[in-house]
Design a protein around this ligand. Structure first.
Ligand SMILES: [Zn+2]
Ligand SMILES: [Zn+2]
Length: 497
């Protein structure tokens, strides 16, 4: 894979168990992709009976349907030679698009990264009204729900982190934290200084005015030649997490790889060998550098799409995180095991991950939406909604007007505000359409016009909450966003007939 196309092209195959043409088309697509494009493409099979929302989002009514990026390329019964020709045409087209969009993604990343630099060192807040921290629980809810939905996500997060490390301003921050990196030119010693810098980067430290609060502490377990092992305690992406069965800190691993690669000039891969998500007490990262190009094993990404029990397993984990999030506001106990630092993390870390995956893989918008919607329907806070509903003497199911009224109160509820995912919520009516407007949203604040919205998770969350209040299936579309050059995010609500 060329350097610019470091995220595979997403191919979606929509099928259903009772579709007679699907198995053939699916087999041929797998055969051709496996033979000619195995490094470049990732196939996700979507059973429309299990994932009706995703089929609905792409308006898929014929089976089988094959999509590349956001475009339908094959539909219905087609011959093998048709499939071969179309794949060739579409994959090459998509590769060229990626080359172009890579520059836009780099520019957006650099802006977000510069914003965070100004926030950290110059106390120039990106979100003037609520400040630049979010609760770690918010970050974990979003990350875990994404990982739960799709097997490609770990790889996307790793790559997002790596690009942030390579093209962001993390390298300048590293030199600020450890000036020796800038003066050491002997290869082996320089690698050691970079690792020393990473220790400071991931520790709560005073060099920075507004600390990132990425983790409680970090230390070197081992450093020898081309390998270093870094142990991190209280890392925001995993602290306090229950047993998940897989590592959770893909973005941090990728960021370490990108920063190390940029500062040593050597190829670098990072493997998270221990993680709180795997039942360990801390996270541990093996950092390998080499003068030769090295490739990371990507076993995970080769696996198939979602399975039922996996989503149930993750439902439990999400419930646990949400419960802790709630508990952290009412109890003085350190429920996220963060040691000396609070339950906050600089919001740009979450933003860098979300923005990067959204721009690299258009399908991630649908995944983020689905994840947010799940949390909206099944997540905590339903008791609060119920209380507001009773306060207003509304009888369930509510009208859209009523449910927005309740939702607005819910969004201003102290605990929701304290998580600092967003600053303010306004419900407005324009040309007879009801809209939800959100200011200083954690996913997009400070981003430049990048030609796309970034808050699909929030849109899904609003859809889920409205659905439980109105008992009607609804669709929420983000029409304004920082990612489109606006100063706030706006969501339009419509119902499925
Ligand atoms: Zn971890
Ligand atoms: Zn937005």
């Amino acid at each position: 894979m060329s350097d610019n196309i470091n995220v595979p092209i997403r191919m979606l195959v929509f099928t259903s168990p009772d579709c007679y043409a699907c198995p053939d088309v699916e087999r041929i697509v797998h055969k051709h992709v496996g033979t000619y494009y195995s490094d470049m493409c990732h196939i996700s099979t979507i059973d429309v009976q299990q994932q009706p929302k995703i089929a609905e989002k792409y308006n898929v009514r014929t089976l089988p349907t094959v999509m590349i990026d956001d475009e339908i390329v094959l539909q219905g019964l087609v011959t093998e030679s048709d499939i071969r020709d179309l794949l060739w045409q579409q994959v090459t087209g998509s590769m060229m698009d990626r080359e172009e969009s890579f520059d836009a993604r780099k520019e957006t990343l650099l802006t977000i990264s510069k914003n965070s630099f100004d926030s950290l060192l110059n106390e120039d807040f990106i979100r003037p009204n609520i400040g630049d921290y979010i609760h770690v629980g918010v970050m974990q809810q979003m990350m875990v729900s994404l990982v739960a939905l799709d097997k490609l996500v770990p790889q996307l997060l790793y790559q997002a982190g790596k690009d942030v490390g390579l093209y962001g301003v993390g390298t300048y921050l590293m030199i600020t934290l450890n000036p020796n990196i800038g003066t050491e030119f002997r290869a082996k010693e320089r690698f050691e200084e970079v690792i020393n810098g990473l220790v400071k980067y991931f520790s709560d430290n005073e060099t920075i005015n507004i600390p990132m609060k990425l983790a409680d502490s970090a230390k070197i377990v081992k450093i020898k030649d081309d390998l270093a092992i870094l142990r991190i305690t209280g890392l925001a992406s995993a602290c306090g997490a229950p047993f998940v069965g897989e590592p959770l800190c893909h973005f941090s691993a990728g960021e370490m790889a990108g920063i190390t690669q940029a500062l040593t000039g050597k190829d670098c891969i990072v493997h998270e060998s221990k993680c709180i998500g795997l039942g360990h007490e801390y996270c541990e990262f093996e950092i390998h550098v080499s003068d030769e190009p090295i490739s990371r094993s990507q076993r995970e990404s080769k696996e198939e799409y979602i399975v039922e029990d996996r989503s149930q397993h993750f439902q439990g984990i999400l419930h646990d995180i949400s419960r802790r999030l709630h508990e952290s506001f009412i109890s003085p106990k350190d429920v996220f095991n963060r040691g000396n630092i609070s339950n906050e993390v600089h919001f740009t870390k979450l933003q860098q991950a979300i923005v990067n995956i959204k721009m690299a893989d258009p399908f991630s918008g649908a995944l983020l939406y689905a994840a947010g919607r799940q949390l909206g329907i099944f997540g905590p806070g339903r008791d609060i909604l119920q209380r507001y509903l009773e306060d207003e003497n509304y009888s369930w199911p509510l009208t859209l007007d009523q449910s927005l009224h309740v939702l607005n109160k819910f969004f201003h509820f102290g605990m929701m505000q304290a998580a600092k995912e967003r600053a303010d919520v306004k419900i407005i009516e324009e040309d007879g359409v009801l809209k939800v407007r959100i200011f200083e949203c954690a996913m997009s604040s400070g981003a430049i016009d990048s030609g796309t919205t970034f808050c699909d998770f929030m849109a899904g969350y609003i859809a889920g909450r409205i659905q439980i209040l109105t008992s009607k299936d609804c669709i929420v579309n983000e029409t304004k966003c920082h990612g489109l050059g606006h100063k706030f995010c706006e969501f339009e609500i419509s119902f499925v007939e």
